[in-house]
Structure formats: structure tokens, C-alpha cells
Design a protein around this ligand. Structure first.
Ligand SMILES: C[S@@+](CC[C@H](N)C(=O)[O-])C[C@H]1O[C@@H](n2cnc3c(N)ncnc32)[C@H](O)[C@@H]1O
Length: 216
């Protein structure tokens, strides 16, 4: 895994992060980019669809898609620190039995999860050195759509990531963030048979929803 060890992920994405994310979702709903993905996917139709969320953390976006009518969801998380608060959140919304949670590195073990209609990676590709591997695994698992949020490739975002990585190195935390070029990520998805359906660019993040092009 190069830069990032399981210990690194657990140091950055702690049980406290998980509690904070769950409590924020209960109080305020999803943050802006996740809200955009959820509302675009819902407008395109999530009723009775299956969802695979990779690196969904505590699972607010998964919960939102289930509340919009998705049939069931699987969340593959590289770290186990989210599992307790995620289970509580699922129970709070009465969604037990509709969510499977799997702890695995989806880039290394894509076969840990089955295919789904919709695959979501919200602010995940930037937390793994193998951005293209994660994208390819997402596309091969998606029967219909892939929804991705990644950092913009702008100079201020790259500067911010360089500063963050310098701080992590100083603290000897085995984790790093990556600005994988959005055009490369979208280009790979297109080469695997997807076309860009929606795109939104903010100051820091770029979100793309790709649909599998009809065969033939
Ligand atoms: C910045 S957090 C985002 C969490 C959530 N998607 C959100 O936006 O609140 C990145 C998440 O991706 C997970 N992650 C990173 N690489 C992963 C991989 N290869 N497989 C599964 N999860 C991964 C991390 O554990 C972390 O929960």
C-alpha cells in the first residue's frame, strides 16, 4: 500500500471522527458535496436499486440513498473504526437488514463486495495511492452508475495537500492524501464504457456522475 498502512488509516479516521460524522449527519444532514451526489442520484432514480459505497465512513450518504428508496446497500471501509457508530446510525433510521458493512481495502480486494447498480466513492480516491485501481474496481462493480467526488486539480488544492502531507510526515503518521487528476479518473471510467452524465466543480472538490453506456 506504499505510504499508507492500516495503522495510518486508523490514526486519521478514528472512532472519534466516526462519532462526530454520525452526530453531524443526525443534526444537519449531509455535507454539500455528498448532498449534491445524493440529490442527483435520487433525481436519476434510486428506487429499488442496490448501492455499493466504498469508503463511506459512518455511512450518511448510504443512509440518505436508502431513505430515497434504494433497496439495499453495502459499504466497504478500509478501517474498522467506523463500525460501531455506523451500526447505531443504521439502527436510528430503522435500516437494519438493508446494509452490509465490510472491512476491506477495496483497491486490493475488490472481490470483497458484489456488483451493484450504483457505486459511490465520495472523497475516497484522494485517500489511497492507487486512484486508478479504485476507479477501475468501482467501474467493474457498477451495473448502472458511478458517483465520484475527488479534489480539484487546481494549484491551491495541490498546495493544501502538500502541506497536509508534510504535516503527516512530520508527525510520522503513515498516511497521505492524493490529488489524482480528475481528467485521468473520468478518462479511465470512459474507457471502461461510462459517459459523464453530471459534473459539479466547487472551490475544493469535483463531483462526477457517470452512467454505463448502453451496449452496442
Ligand atoms: C475522507 S474519508 C471520507 C469518508 C466519507 N466518504 C465522507 O465523505 O464523509 C475517506 C474514507 O475512505 C476510506 N478508504 C480509503 N481508501 C479506501 C479503500 N482502498 N477501500 C475502502 N475504503 C477506503 C477511509 O477509511 C475513509 O473512511
Amino acid at each position: 500500500m506504499g505510504c499508507c498502512t492500516p495503522e495510518g488509516y486508523r490514526t486519521v479516521f478514528t472512532a472519534r471522527t466516526a462519532e462526530r460524522d454520525a452526530s453531524r449527519y443526525r443534526r444537519k444532514g449531509l455535507p454539500g458535496t455528498a448532498r449534491w451526489l445524493a440529490s442527483r442520484l435520487a433525481a436519476d432514480g434510486v428506487r429499488d436499486q442496490s448501492v455499493l459505497e466504498v469508503g463511506g465512513g459512518v455511512g450518511g450518504l448510504t443512509v440518505e440513498l436508502l431513505r430515497s428508496g434504494a433497496a439495499r446497500a453495502t459499504n466497504v471501509e478500509i478501517t474498522d473504526t467506523y463500525e460501531g457508530p455506523a451500526r447505531d446510525l443504521i439502527a436510528d433510521f430503522g435500516l437494519e437488514g438493508r446494509v452490509d458493512r465490510i472491512v476491506a481495502d477495496f483497491a486490493e480486494r475488490p472481490d470483497a463486495a458484489s456488483a451493484a447498480d450504483i457505486v459511490v466513492l465520495h472523497r475516497v480516491i484522494c485517500c489511497h495511492p492507487d486512484g486508478l485501481g479504485l476507479t477501475e474496481a468501482a467501474c467493474t462493480h457498477a451495473r448502472r452508475s458511478v458517483a465520484i467526488t475527488i479534489p480539484r486539480g487546481s494549484w491551491w488544492v495541490r498546495l493544501g495537500f502538500a502541506a497536509m502531507n508534510g504535516w503527516l510526515r512530520l508527525r510520522r503518521i503513515p498516511f497521505a492524501g492524493y490529488v489524482h487528476p480528475p481528467a485521468q479518473i473520468a478518462g479511465l471510467a470512459q474507457s471502461l464504457g461510462f459517459r459523464t452524465e453530471h459534473r459539479e466543480r466547487g472551490l475544493l472538490w469535483e463531483s462526477i456522475i457517470l452512467q454505463r453506456a448502453p451496449a452496442g
